[in-house]
Design a protein around this ligand. Structure first.
Ligand code: GLU
Length: 263
């Protein structure tokens, strides 16, 4: 069971965390954000936290190799770009993790796998074993056989399902969005929402298109839906900006904290 008591300040003591990063944070002009992200994950790993990274960005990373200037619109080319980009993405993560002598594992899953009892059991056993071995699993959607996250949400929902699978103490959703706001943050008078109690339906929040970056598919709405899904199964969620990952994993008072359902 996930710990019912984990708070933002307690993040450094978490036993097992899932960190999800969005496409635009780690591809194209932001490829250099991989190193500071890995620095923060390695720091958590070094203090004994088990870390699972859910990373989007296969399509965005594959685009230049297919000589595409913009994200392809047809599914088959998106899948082709993902298949090429996944390889490069994992290579980039491993190259960065080498600085800490951490070994990555590539885990490609679909939501359907997590609903099928045999596949779910296999994935759970493999993940537990990888974490026992101090390996850092890097999860993405298996885009050649499933396209849910390509179409709706840049792996936000997948990250919530993975948090359930591994019974994580915490899910951290990193993207260009630094927190949830009551109205779209580009509008005057927008206020950051620091905490979302479990029973808050967020009816007062007006969702805009902010965070819908050119190469990803997740906006604030898909993040809130994913956060609610994880929180309902007992995992609190922190929504924060990718560039703030170190502070987020240190338990700083940043981002938006979604409290989990009481145990
Ligand atoms: N699995 C896809 C990727 O890694 C999902 C994200 C997206 O829609 O760009 O690229």
């Amino acid at each position: 069971m996930a710990s019912p008591v984990l708070s933002r300040a307690g993040i450094p003591t978490a036993r097992r965390i899932v960190v999800k990063v969005g496409s635009s944070s780690i591809s194209g002009p932001n490829t250099d954000q991989i190193a500071p992200l890995v620095d923060a994950l390695a720091a958590a790993h070094a203090r004994g936290t088990e870390v699972i990274l859910v990373s989007s960005g296969a399509i965005a990373t594959g685009m230049p190799f297919l000589k595409l200037d913009s994200r392809p619109t047809d599914l088959a080319t998106q899948q082709a770009a993902a298949a090429v980009g996944q390889n490069v993405l994992i290579y980039r993560y491993q190259e960065s993790l080498d600085r800490f002598r951490i070994v990555a594992a590539q885990v490609l899953l679909t939501a359907g796998d997590l609903e099928n009892p045999t596949h779910r059991g296999n994935a759970q056993r493999a993940m537990d074993r990888l974490l026992d071995l101090r390996i850092l699993p890097i999860v993405n959607e298996n885009d050649t056989v499933a396209t849910h996250e390509i179409r709706f949400g840049d792996n936000d929902r997948l990250a919530a399902l993975v948090s359930q699978l591994v019974r994580a103490d915490l899910l951290v959703l990193l993207s260009d969005i630094d927190s949830l706001y009551d109205i779209p943050p580009e509008k005057p008078g927008a206020h950051r929402i620091s905490e979302v109690p479990f029973d808050d339906d967020l009816a007062r929040v007006e969702f805009g298109d902010i965070g819908r970056a050119g190469v990803g598919t997740g906006g604030a709405g898909t993040k809130v839906a994913a956060a609610k899904l994880a929180a309902t199964s007992g995992t609190p969620v922190l929504l924060a900006a990718t560039r703030q990952v170190a502070a987020a994993l240190d338990g700083a008072e940043i981002g938006t904290w979604f409290a989990a359902a009481p145990a």
